[in-house]
Structure formats: C-alpha cells, structure tokens
Design a protein around this ligand. Structure first.
Ligand SMILES: [Zn+2]
Length: 415
C-alpha cells in the first residue's frame, strides 16, 4: 500500500466515520474544499480522486479573516485596513465631540483586538497605520492620517490611573494574545492544536527547542515562552490570563495623583475629556498656539488683563475666580481654588479622592466648571458671544443635578 492511498483511506475513513456520527450533516461537495500542507503532488491527486473535493490554496478566508500559518504580506492585510477606513469614513460626516470620537475609536480597537489580533501577529507597519487612522480621527475627525494630536497616542492608551484614557495599546495587546497561545501550550490545555504541537515539536522536552520545520506562526507562538515564563512567576491578581500577560507587558509609569478625578465622575463626556486634556496641560491655550508658530492675540479674552495660559484661564483669571467662587459656595465648600498649578492639583486630589459623596459631587462640578470656562472663552473668540458667570454656574448646577445619582442629589436640595 502506498503512502498516498494510506493517507486517502485515512481521510476517507474519518469523513465516513463523522458522517455516520452525524447523519444529517452531509458535506456539500460544491461548498467544500481540501487544503493540503506538505503533501506530495501525486498524493494530493489521489486524495482528490477518492474524496471528490477540489483542492484550494492557503490562505483562504474564514469569516472574512485569511487563515494561514505563514506570515501574511501587506496586501493580505488590506481587507482589515479597508474595513477600518470604511467605518471611520462613515463617522466623519457626523460632527462629534472628542468624547464621541474616543468612544468610536474604542470600538475599532476592540474589534481588531477581539478578532484579528488574537489570530495573527500583526506587522508593526500595519499597527502603525491602524493607530495613525484612529489617532487622526480622534483628534481631527478625519478619515486619513494626519500628524495633529494634543496628547501622544501612547499616553491615550495608558490606563486611566496613569493619566491616559484607557484605550487599548494594539501592539502590546497583539503580542499578549500570541503569548496567551503560548501559555495554553505550556499548560497543555486539552485542545486539538495543542496536542498536535506537543506531539510534533515539543515532544516532552522541558526546554523547547525550535524545530526548523515548524511554520512561521508556530515559531512565533513558541518564541513567546520567555514572556510567558516571566509572567507566570508574577502573582496573578487579575482575572484572566490575557489580562495578566497584557499587564506584565506594559511598562509601569509613574502614577500622577490627579487621575482620581477620572473615576466616579458623572460630568458630561465632552466635559470629562476637556478636563482630561486640561489636567495633562495640553489644551490649546493661546500660549501653546504661539509656541506652534501661530500669530494670535496673546491676551486673555475673558479679562483682557493678562496673557492666556492654562494657569491663568482656569485659576487666576478674574472671570474664572468668580465662577469658582459661586460654585464652591453652592457646594458649601470652605476653601478657594489655588492660583498656582501644582497647588491646584493637590487641592483637586484632597477634595476629589475616595468614594465620598462630597468627592463625587466635587469632581463633577469641577469638571463641568473647567468645560464651562473653556467653552465661554472659545465662544468669545469665535462667536463674539459673552455670558455671565452666574448664568454658567446655573447651567452647571442644572447639569450636575440631572446626572448625579439621586441619593447624592437629594443632599443638595438648595441647588
Ligand atoms: Zn483672564
């Protein structure tokens, strides 16, 4: 008996066997194909003759994703890029705030992460392109790559407690997903592909020696062993292996104190994002526009008394001070807003930390206050509209009461 007919007979036996087990599930010859790897031409011919299926070449698409054990080339990644571009372009017609755009960007990266990034090692070039598209849409609302960004993408992708927005870092997430496959291999989970790799390549060795005959993908998975070993040594406080590996792979950054404002804050999303950019000191105040080489009037439009900087606009300007005074009085807060940036940050932490109801109320009002000042200043410049401090404070009180949980709002009935 030749090797070919032996393989054919085995495959046939398997098919017949399966058909007997599930008699209603008969394979449709027109809709089924056979994919061979490492099989000689004559043998392939014999298999086709015996089974009647057509032979196709890898990679083929399964649920829109090309399946291959080889490295995909740039052209093969095009469907993914095209999908992302179509989605982003369908959004660019809508006029959305940073907050709305951040939400949409989140759905794109989650989609890539849940689908493509779990199956393939995505080339650095493709990740850079995807991130470029997401970044440009977030900051400029466009469907092509631009350079404009108020906050670096790495920072945007940091967790909130490190001062970021908590978006996914695709590059790390992708490497973590591949390492997760390696983790499964090392822990010998009961899956067919794992049994197969163990039988053919690992063969019970403690130190995994890379086989030259292994496919590109198998090699990539096996080479993540170092990362997996390191991650396994750490105490796992996180739920899920993938999360644990992702955390292990991300660089720990120094945690600023102000991100306590990012939690239990019920301000409107557009106010929330403005506060986040402001606390990172990246709002496009006039002093920063001048640094970028723009010729603009340096004076603060609200008081016309000093140059506009973040510190002036939100802390020192007499307009801001009046607004804060009204808001703090309404909150029954005894202090005043500090006029120096560093002290302001400390003051925010003192009042906004923890789960106290007063902290939640403080954070929300502070965030809406920052947004109110930012909008009133922009409206003065671009629409020559002016509003009084009392009117802004009234709106902030109204918005806060509408959004804050009722158990807290009933404590502030005089609002
Ligand atoms: Zn001013």
């Amino acid at each position: 008996m030749t090797v070919g007919s032996s393989v054919g007979a085995q495959v046939e036996a398997l098919v017949v066997n399966n058909q007997q087990q599930a008699q209603r599930l008969q394979a449709n010859l027109n809709k089924s194909s056979i994919y061979c790897g490492g099989v000689q031409k004559e043998v392939r011919h014999q298999i086709v003759q015996q089974l009647g299926y057509t032979i196709e070449e890898l990679p083929f698409k399964y649920l829109g994703v090309p399946l291959s054990s080889k490295k995909l080339n740039t052209i093969q990644w095009y469907p993914l890029i095209e999908k992302i571009m179509t989605r982003i372009n369908s959004w660019t017609t809508k006029k959305l705030s940073y907050a709305g755009r951040a939400q949409l960007v989140k759905t794109v990266s989650l989609g890539v992460q849940a689908y493509w990034a779990q199956l393939f090692l995505i080339p650095a070039k493709i990740i850079k392109l995807i991130e470029g598209l997401c970044r440009s849409y977030l900051w400029s609302g466009v469907g092509y790559v631009t350079k404009k960004a108020l906050i670096a993408w790495d920072k945007v992708c940091c967790p909130k407690y490190e001062g970021g927005l908590g978006l996914i870092n695709l590059k790390i997430c992708n490497r973590a997903a591949i390492a997760k496959l390696c983790w499964d291999l090392a822990n010998k989970e009961d899956k067919l592909w794992i049994k197969w790799i163990h039988a053919y390549y690992i063969k019970g060795q403690r130190e995994w020696k890379m086989s030259n005959t292994a496919s590109w993908m198998v090699k990539k998975i096996m080479s993540a062993k170092v990362t997996v070993d390191q991650a396994q040594q750490e105490q796992n406080k996180r739920k899920g292996v993938l999360r644990h590996i992702y955390y292990h792979m991300t660089e720990r950054k120094q945690r600023p104190a102000w991100p306590c404002l990012m939690f239990s804050n019920v301000a409107r999303p557009k106010a929330y994002i403005t506060m986040w950019i402001m606390m990172n000191q990246k709002l496009s105040t006039v002093d920063r526009l001048v640094q970028w080489g723009l010729e603009v009037d340096k004076m603060c439009v609200l008081c016309k008394n000093a140059e506009e900087t973040t510190e002036h606009l939100f802390l020192q300007c007499q307009f801001a001070r009046k607004l804060w005074e009204i808001l703090l009085r309404r909150l029954d807060h005894q202090g005043t807003v500090p006029v120096v940036w560093e002290q302001f940050q400390q003051w925010c932490v003192q009042n906004g930390k923890g789960k106290r109801t007063t902290a939640q109320m403080f954070k929300t009002v502070l965030t809406e206050g920052i947004y109110g000042l930012w909008i009133v200043k922009n409206n003065r410049i671009f629409e020559q509209k002016s509003r009084k401090e009392e009117s802004i404070a009234k709106e902030i009180a109204y918005v806060t009461m509408a959004r804050i949980p009722t158990n807290i709002s009933k404590m502030y009935l005089n609002w």
